[in-house]
Design a protein around this ligand. Structure first.
Ligand SMILES: *Cc1c(COP(=O)(O)O)cnc(C)c1O
Length: 364
């Protein structure tokens, strides 16, 4: 007798594998593989999370109402045009479910976030990668990848794992070159780390235009990755479509409570950004000083490229770091077989990983 079979294509989906968190035989590891917050969450967020224990028996507020209002206040947005999700991943997933299906195409960049292709394929749409130039998203190749079947264009700005970004004028040119029936999704997972004057988080476009959605997360600078909470904003019609697809209680009460306190503590965000900026500068200078190529200088990680052959390959570097209890992230799944993505950690972790890489590069 025939056994249950998933829909065609389901078993072809690649499994998303998160950053490693363990090394066999090492009890205290330094985990720099998932771009988690170097300074952890705001103490106010932790206090709000702890206070939420009093309400564990109650269902959370389904539409995350108070959280949407807090986000709207901080970012000067309309709360009716914000949707909260189980991480911003859920918003990316809902966008694919709402706007793409079999026969459709979803465009993203060659070294773009893997999840876009996985979610596109999960709804039966075809993932289409546009080439990058010098590990940076390129408007012309993105526009050239668009066909009459294109429904969504995803761009992480800045991008993971390259650490590069598309400046404001280029982002506007990308939007200007797209048909209005294509949704442009600007994934701002690392937006809060940005300090470049020509950077644009896209929120102005999401406020004003009928086909731009911006997503943000509490997993990165806010340090609440375990609570799984993120949000998106865009035109009313798009948010309305996503609202109909999301599970009724997709964000938990403790996650909402912690995120409200976190978004209100912009002083903590500023402190985390300053910490990141300082170490990013140090890391790039030291890695380049060791002869390693580093292109991206943004977000909260660095991704040096190691020689493809010889004694200083990425495989050797990764093994060396692990021997010192440090976990970084290989990114061959992103088409970058010789790069190692290393999150900026706290003072101690970042100093240690840079010292370790120096020892690795200088050993005979
Ligand atoms: C980490 C990350 C996300 C956010 O994931 P969450 O589901 O919000 O934890 C989204 N996009 C990119 C590019 C990321 O690196």
């Amino acid at each position: 007798m025939a056994l249950p079979q998933p829909r065609p294509g389901v078993l072809d989906l690649p499994l998303y594998v998160g950053g490693k968190s363990k090394i066999a035989g090492v009890s205290r590891v330094i985990k720099l593989s998932s771009n988690e917050a170097a300074l952890g969450p705001s103490p106010h967020a932790v206090a709000a999370y702890e206070a939420a224990r009093a309400d564990l028996a109650a269902y959370p507020v389904g539409p995350s109402t108070d959280l949407r209002e807090a986000i709207a206040e901080i970012h000067r947005l309309d709360p009716a045009r914000i949707i909260c999700g189980c991480g911003s991943d859920e918003i990316l997933n809902l966008l694919c479910r709402a706007y793409a299906g079999p026969g459709d195409e979803v465009v993203y960049t060659r070294h773009g976030f893997l999840i876009y292709g996985i979610y596109a394929a999960s709804v039966g749409a075809k993932p289409v990668q546009a080439d990058e130039k010098n590990l940076t998203a390129d408007v012309d190749t993105l526009l050239a990848a668009v066909t009459p079947r294109t429904k969504l264009v995803f761009i992480a700005n800045p991008n993971n794992p390259t650490g590069t970004y598309m400046p404001k004028a280029e982002l506007a040119r990308l939007r200007g070159g797209l048909r209005e029936d294509i949704v442009l999704v600007i994934d701002g997972a690392y937006a809060e780390f940005m300090t470049a004057p020509d950077y644009d988080d896209g929120l102005e476009m999401a406020r004003a235009l009928p086909n731009v959605v911006v997503t943000h997360t509490f997993s990165k600078i806010y340090g609440l990755a375990s609570l799984r909470i993120g949000w998106g904003t865009g035109p009313k019609d798009i948010i309305d479509a996503l609202e109909r697809l999301r599970a009724p209680f997709n964000t938990s009460g403790p996650a909402q409570a912690a995120a409200i306190a976190a978004v209100r503590d912009q002083a903590h965000v500023a402190k985390a950004r300053a910490h990141n900026t300082k170490w990013m500068g140090v890391a790039i200078q030291r890695l380049r000083g060791l002869g390693l190529k580093v292109v991206g200088e943004h977000a909260n990680f660095v991704a040096p490229e190691f020689p493809a052959t010889g004694k200083k390959t990425v495989i050797a570097a990764d093994a060396f770091l692990q021997s010192r209890g440090i976990i970084a992230r290989r990114v061959e799944a992103y088409g970058l077989p010789n790069h190692l993505r290393i999150s900026i950690g706290d003072d101690d972790a970042t100093a240690r990983v840079l010292d370790a890489l120096e020892d690795f590069m200088k050993q005979p």
